[in-house]
Write a protein that binds this ligand. Sequence first.
Ligand SMILES: [Fe+2]
Length: 213
Amino acid sequence: MYDKQRGVPQGLTRYEDLADPRFRGQICVRSANHPYNISLAASILAADGPERTEEWARGLVANMARPPQGGDRDQFRAIPAGQCGLAIANTYYLAGIGASERAEDKALFARIGVIFPNQAEGDRGTHVNISGAGLVRTAPNREAAGRFLDYLTSDKAQQMLALGNMEYPAVPDAPLHPALAAMGQFRAEPVDAARTEAHAGPALQIMQRAGWR
Ligand SMILES: [Fe+2]
Protein backbone atom coordinates (compact mmCIF):
# COMPACT_ATOMS: atom_id res chain seq x y z
CA MET A 1 0.00 0.00 0.00
CA TYR A 2 1.26 3.51 -0.79
CA ASP A 3 0.48 7.18 -0.41
CA LYS A 4 -1.63 8.35 -3.35
CA GLN A 5 -0.50 11.91 -2.66
CA ARG A 6 3.07 10.87 -3.47
CA GLY A 7 1.92 8.87 -6.50
CA VAL A 8 2.38 5.28 -7.60
CA PRO A 9 5.86 4.08 -6.56
CA GLN A 10 7.98 3.39 -9.62
CA GLY A 11 9.63 0.01 -10.01
CA LEU A 12 7.39 -1.80 -7.55
CA THR A 13 5.43 -4.51 -9.30
CA ARG A 14 6.64 -7.64 -7.50
CA TYR A 15 7.23 -8.65 -3.87
CA GLU A 16 10.81 -9.15 -4.92
CA ASP A 17 11.08 -5.40 -5.71
CA LEU A 18 10.58 -4.56 -2.01
CA ALA A 19 14.27 -5.41 -1.53
CA ASP A 20 15.38 -2.82 -4.11
CA PRO A 21 17.60 -0.12 -2.52
CA ARG A 22 15.44 2.55 -4.20
CA PHE A 23 12.92 1.92 -1.38
CA ARG A 24 15.47 2.49 1.41
CA GLY A 25 13.84 3.75 4.61
CA GLN A 26 10.30 3.44 3.28
CA ILE A 27 8.77 0.09 4.20
CA CYS A 28 6.55 -0.56 7.19
CA VAL A 29 5.57 -4.12 8.03
CA ARG A 30 4.61 -6.06 11.14
CA SER A 31 6.87 -8.55 12.88
CA ALA A 32 8.36 -11.60 11.18
CA ASN A 33 6.75 -14.15 13.43
CA HIS A 34 3.18 -13.24 12.50
CA PRO A 35 1.55 -15.94 10.32
CA TYR A 36 0.81 -13.37 7.59
CA ASN A 37 4.48 -12.66 7.08
CA ILE A 38 5.56 -16.26 7.53
CA SER A 39 3.14 -17.35 4.80
CA LEU A 40 4.31 -14.50 2.54
CA ALA A 41 7.95 -15.48 3.01
CA ALA A 42 7.03 -19.15 2.53
CA SER A 43 5.49 -18.28 -0.83
CA ILE A 44 8.66 -16.40 -1.84
CA LEU A 45 10.81 -19.29 -0.63
CA ALA A 46 8.77 -21.73 -2.74
CA ALA A 47 9.07 -19.48 -5.80
CA ASP A 48 12.64 -18.19 -5.51
CA GLY A 49 14.57 -20.69 -3.36
CA PRO A 50 16.49 -20.15 -0.12
CA GLU A 51 19.38 -18.00 -1.36
CA ARG A 52 17.26 -15.46 -3.20
CA THR A 53 14.75 -15.40 -0.35
CA GLU A 54 17.46 -14.57 2.17
CA GLU A 55 18.78 -11.85 -0.12
CA TRP A 56 15.24 -10.53 -0.42
CA ALA A 57 14.68 -10.56 3.33
CA ARG A 58 17.98 -8.70 3.93
CA GLY A 59 17.09 -6.10 1.32
CA LEU A 60 13.62 -5.66 2.79
CA VAL A 61 15.00 -5.25 6.31
CA ALA A 62 17.47 -2.66 4.97
CA ASN A 63 14.49 -0.80 3.45
CA MET A 64 12.40 -0.72 6.63
CA ALA A 65 11.31 2.70 7.83
CA ARG A 66 11.18 1.53 11.45
CA PRO A 67 11.46 -1.68 13.47
CA PRO A 68 8.44 -3.93 12.86
CA GLN A 69 5.60 -3.08 15.22
CA GLY A 70 1.82 -3.13 15.50
CA GLY A 71 -0.80 -4.86 13.37
CA ASP A 72 -1.79 -4.45 9.72
CA ARG A 73 -3.76 -1.23 10.30
CA ASP A 74 -0.77 0.39 12.02
CA GLN A 75 1.29 -0.09 8.87
CA PHE A 76 -0.93 1.82 6.44
CA ARG A 77 -1.97 4.39 9.09
CA ALA A 78 1.71 5.35 9.30
CA ILE A 79 1.72 6.38 5.61
CA PRO A 80 -0.24 9.66 5.92
CA ALA A 81 1.51 10.19 9.25
CA GLY A 82 4.71 10.48 7.22
CA GLN A 83 6.49 7.57 8.90
CA CYS A 84 6.31 5.14 5.97
CA GLY A 85 6.23 5.40 2.22
CA LEU A 86 5.05 1.83 1.74
CA ALA A 87 3.10 -0.57 3.95
CA ILE A 88 2.70 -4.33 3.64
CA ALA A 89 -0.79 -5.25 4.82
CA ASN A 90 -3.82 -7.39 4.06
CA THR A 91 -6.60 -5.75 2.08
CA TYR A 92 -9.39 -6.67 4.48
CA TYR A 93 -8.03 -4.28 7.10
CA LEU A 94 -8.00 -1.41 4.62
CA ALA A 95 -11.48 -2.37 3.41
CA GLY A 96 -12.64 -2.15 7.02
CA ILE A 97 -11.46 1.47 7.03
CA GLY A 98 -13.17 2.01 3.67
CA ALA A 99 -16.47 0.73 5.05
CA SER A 100 -16.36 3.12 8.00
CA GLU A 101 -18.60 6.20 8.11
CA ARG A 102 -16.10 8.27 10.12
CA ALA A 103 -14.67 11.21 8.21
CA GLU A 104 -11.06 10.47 9.21
CA ASP A 105 -11.42 6.86 8.03
CA LYS A 106 -12.86 8.00 4.72
CA ALA A 107 -9.93 10.37 4.28
CA LEU A 108 -7.42 7.63 5.12
CA PHE A 109 -9.06 5.18 2.69
CA ALA A 110 -9.04 7.79 -0.08
CA ARG A 111 -5.34 8.44 0.48
CA ILE A 112 -4.02 4.86 0.41
CA GLY A 113 -3.35 3.16 -2.90
CA VAL A 114 -3.06 -0.60 -3.34
CA ILE A 115 -0.60 -2.51 -5.49
CA PHE A 116 -1.34 -6.14 -6.22
CA PRO A 117 2.12 -7.61 -6.82
CA ASN A 118 3.38 -10.23 -9.29
CA GLN A 119 0.60 -9.68 -11.82
CA ALA A 120 2.61 -9.84 -15.04
CA GLU A 121 1.85 -12.56 -17.53
CA GLY A 122 3.59 -15.76 -16.41
CA ASP A 123 4.23 -14.45 -12.88
CA ARG A 124 2.73 -16.33 -9.94
CA GLY A 125 0.10 -13.76 -8.83
CA THR A 126 -0.52 -11.92 -5.57
CA HIS A 127 -0.06 -13.80 -2.33
CA VAL A 128 -3.27 -14.43 -0.39
CA ASN A 129 -3.79 -15.41 3.22
CA ILE A 130 -6.67 -17.75 3.75
CA SER A 131 -9.42 -18.27 6.26
CA GLY A 132 -9.33 -22.00 5.67
CA ALA A 133 -11.20 -25.01 6.93
CA GLY A 134 -10.51 -28.69 6.64
CA LEU A 135 -11.22 -32.07 8.05
CA VAL A 136 -8.50 -33.82 10.04
CA ARG A 137 -7.91 -37.46 9.24
CA THR A 138 -8.79 -38.58 12.77
CA ALA A 139 -11.99 -36.52 13.05
CA PRO A 140 -14.51 -38.51 15.11
CA ASN A 141 -17.58 -36.85 13.55
CA ARG A 142 -16.75 -36.87 9.87
CA GLU A 143 -20.29 -36.52 8.69
CA ALA A 144 -21.13 -33.49 10.84
CA ALA A 145 -17.77 -31.93 9.95
CA GLY A 146 -18.54 -32.40 6.27
CA ARG A 147 -21.88 -30.68 6.71
CA PHE A 148 -20.14 -27.80 8.49
CA LEU A 149 -17.70 -27.43 5.58
CA ASP A 150 -20.69 -27.40 3.23
CA TYR A 151 -22.20 -24.65 5.34
CA LEU A 152 -19.01 -22.58 5.25
CA THR A 153 -19.11 -22.60 1.46
CA SER A 154 -22.85 -21.88 1.33
CA ASP A 155 -24.12 -18.56 -0.02
CA LYS A 156 -25.10 -17.45 3.46
CA ALA A 157 -21.76 -18.13 5.19
CA GLN A 158 -19.76 -16.77 2.24
CA GLN A 159 -21.83 -13.60 2.35
CA MET A 160 -21.08 -13.25 6.06
CA LEU A 161 -17.32 -13.58 5.48
CA ALA A 162 -17.28 -11.44 2.34
CA LEU A 163 -19.51 -8.60 3.52
CA GLY A 164 -19.04 -8.88 7.28
CA ASN A 165 -15.27 -9.33 7.41
CA MET A 166 -14.37 -7.89 3.97
CA GLU A 167 -12.57 -11.00 2.82
CA TYR A 168 -12.51 -12.20 -0.77
CA PRO A 169 -15.13 -14.95 -0.95
CA ALA A 170 -14.01 -18.51 -1.63
CA VAL A 171 -16.87 -19.18 -4.02
CA PRO A 172 -16.75 -17.15 -7.21
CA ASP A 173 -20.34 -15.94 -7.35
CA ALA A 174 -20.51 -14.70 -3.74
CA PRO A 175 -20.74 -10.91 -3.38
CA LEU A 176 -17.63 -8.75 -3.00
CA HIS A 177 -17.64 -5.89 -0.49
CA PRO A 178 -17.69 -2.56 -2.40
CA ALA A 179 -14.63 -1.32 -0.46
CA LEU A 180 -12.70 -4.35 -1.75
CA ALA A 181 -14.05 -3.96 -5.27
CA ALA A 182 -12.80 -0.33 -5.18
CA MET A 183 -9.22 -1.58 -4.81
CA GLY A 184 -9.34 -3.26 -8.21
CA GLN A 185 -8.97 -6.75 -9.52
CA PHE A 186 -6.00 -9.06 -9.33
CA ARG A 187 -4.86 -12.57 -10.06
CA ALA A 188 -4.15 -14.54 -6.88
CA GLU A 189 -1.31 -16.97 -6.40
CA PRO A 190 -2.85 -20.44 -6.07
CA VAL A 191 -3.12 -21.39 -2.39
CA ASP A 192 -1.24 -24.54 -1.44
CA ALA A 193 -1.53 -25.15 2.30
CA ALA A 194 0.86 -28.13 2.20
CA ARG A 195 3.52 -25.99 0.51
CA THR A 196 3.08 -23.22 3.09
CA GLU A 197 3.36 -25.76 5.89
CA ALA A 198 6.56 -27.21 4.43
CA HIS A 199 8.20 -23.79 3.96
CA ALA A 200 6.95 -21.95 7.06
CA GLY A 201 9.72 -23.03 9.45
CA PRO A 202 12.63 -22.40 7.05
CA ALA A 203 11.02 -19.10 5.94
CA LEU A 204 10.85 -17.81 9.51
CA GLN A 205 14.48 -18.81 10.10
CA ILE A 206 15.53 -16.90 7.00
CA MET A 207 13.59 -13.80 8.07
CA GLN A 208 15.10 -13.88 11.54
CA ARG A 209 18.61 -14.43 10.18
CA ALA A 210 18.07 -11.39 7.98
CA GLY A 211 17.25 -9.30 11.06
CA TRP A 212 13.48 -9.06 10.52
CA ARG A 213 12.30 -8.78 14.11
FE1 LIG B 1 -6.21 -10.60 10.48
